[in-house]
Design a protein around this ligand. Structure first.
Ligand SMILES: Cc1cc2nc3c(=O)[nH]c(=O)nc-3n(C[C@H](O)[C@H](O)[C@H](O)COP(=O)(O)OP(=O)(O)OC[C@H]3O[C@@H](n4cnc5c(N)ncnc54)[C@H](O)[C@@H]3O)c2cc1C
Length: 376
């Protein structure tokens, strides 16, 4: 069977591409259903774009890579598309847009768009062989236990990154890139929880609070969640993309709390109260118990000098930690780095090979901008 375009991968990128590329199109995926990662994205409500998304939000060794694509397809184009499909949405914190209902609505929308454009979808289909021919590509695939031979003029790699293998990620795009000599940048798990091998936060598992989490490269004001294995929550997932092994991170546990003033006032009006009791009014009590073992904070409020209180608030606003590592691709939401699309384009590698690439396996993606990275 011959197609103008065969797209490998029916995730966000593959389906969006199928809806737009025109001609006779076939989309192939080894999973049972398309868009499995979309289904679980945003806690089941799909954070489909961000009102403030721009090139600066895309992490890539080449920061210019996404500029032209983002100029052609913006967050507002995607918001329009969602509106045309009558999908209700709302803004959460920091401009993040989520479905009111289910992320399955986004999958349905993409399927409708791609089927409306005449594209065919084969699920539970595995690629067995791929070769370049004079006029395009020859593929051998296995579907329903049968081997089938396909040819196409254009091949689109949309099999995504390495993150979340239980949702179907295989890293096939990187293998194909290597097979055809495409240039790659280093890949790493990103948007991923930090681990601490000594299990020091086990007793805090489930505690969460708003923090400012930073290192020398970035800073995020969002929630932090203690887990059995270490730290998670939006601030941690965000900072993990800017972290390297062995580096410290700083946790400001009181980013918007005038704690020094509060403690001084309480010292005057309720001096007999224990310092830790007052702290447990401002911070989760289990966290205060834990911090007692690391930061000196004993005695009554009345016993605390200004200097002592200043020392305590300074310690709470700059708690330094060195994670042992991250949970890796198993729980990472995205893969950082990947195929260096811009370099290949410059060297005409893509044009010569007839390749097109869309999605997470490209070097230059970030969460919350799913359908903008797809547009690249
Ligand atoms: C828990 C979680 C929550 C997330 N939440 C959000 C969010 O709210 N907002 C956001 O923007 N991003 C979110 N992300 C990230 C987002 O899901 C990905 O960035 C996005 O899905 C990447 O799209 P893609 O089409 O490039 O790849 P994928 O969605 O990974 O699609 C690739 C497709 O290729 C198929 N495939 C893989 N290997 C093969 C193979 N060997 N043969 C055939 N088919 C293959 C897969 O089955 C899959 O269908 C989240 C990720 C996770 C894990």
């Amino acid at each position: 069977m011959t197609y103008d375009t065969i797209i490998l991968g029916a995730g966000a990128a593959g389906m969006m591409c199928a809806a737009h590329c025109g001609g006779r199109v076939l989309v192939i995926d080894h999973a049972k259903a398309p868009g499995e990662k979309i289904r679980i994205s945003g806690g089941g409500r799909c954070n489909f774009t961000n009102m403030h998304a721009g090139p600066g939000n895309f992490l890539s060794q080449n920061p210019h890579f996404c500029k032209s694509a983002l100029a052609r397809y913006t967050q507002w184009d995607f918001v329009d598309l969602v509106g045309r499909h009558n999908i209700a949405w709302h803004e959460k914190t920091l401009g993040q847009l989520f479905c009111d209902g289910s992320s399955k609505q986004i999958i349905r929308m993409l399927l409708d768009e791609m089927c409306g454009a005449g594209a065919e979808l084969w699920v539970q289909t595995s690629l067995r062989d791929l070769r370049k021919t004079e006029s395009g590509f020859a593929l051998e695939v296995e579907r329903d236990g049968q081997r089938q031979h396909l040819t196409c003029t254009n091949l689109v790699l949309a099999t995504g990154g390495k993150s979340s293998p239980k949702m179907g990620a295989t890293g096939l795009a990187y293998d194909i890139a290597r097979q055809f000599g495409l240039r790659m940048t280093e890949t790493r798990a990103a948007l991923v929880p930090f681990t601490f091998s000594d299990g020091r936060f086990k007793d805090l598992s489930g505690v969460s609070l708003p923090v400012r989490l930073s290192n020398d490269r970035a800073s995020f004001d969002e929630a932090l969640l203690f887990t059995h294995r270490g730290l998670s929550g939006p601030s941690v997932l965000q900072l993990s993309s800017y972290w390297r092994e062995g580096e410290p991170i700083r946790v400001n546990l009181i980013p918007d709390l005038p704690l020094l003033d509060l403690l001084r006032t309480q010292r005057q009006s309720a001096g007999r109260k224990a310092l830790t009791t007052e702290l447990a009014r401002q911070l989760p009590a289990r966290l205060v118990d834990h911090l007692c073992r690391i930061i000196p904070m004993s005695g009554k409020l009345a016993d605390q000098s200004d200097a002592k209180l200043a020392e305590l608030t300074a310690a709470l606003s700059a708690w330094q930690l060195v994670p042992s590592g991250t949970e890796g691709y198993r729980t990472a939401e995205v893969t950082l780095g990947g195929i260096d699309g811009e370099a290949e384009r410059k060297f005409d590698g893509f044009v010569e090979l007839g390749f097109r690439e869309v999605g997470e396996h490209l070097d230059g993606v970030h969460e919350g901008k799913l359908f903008l990275q797809v547009g690249t």
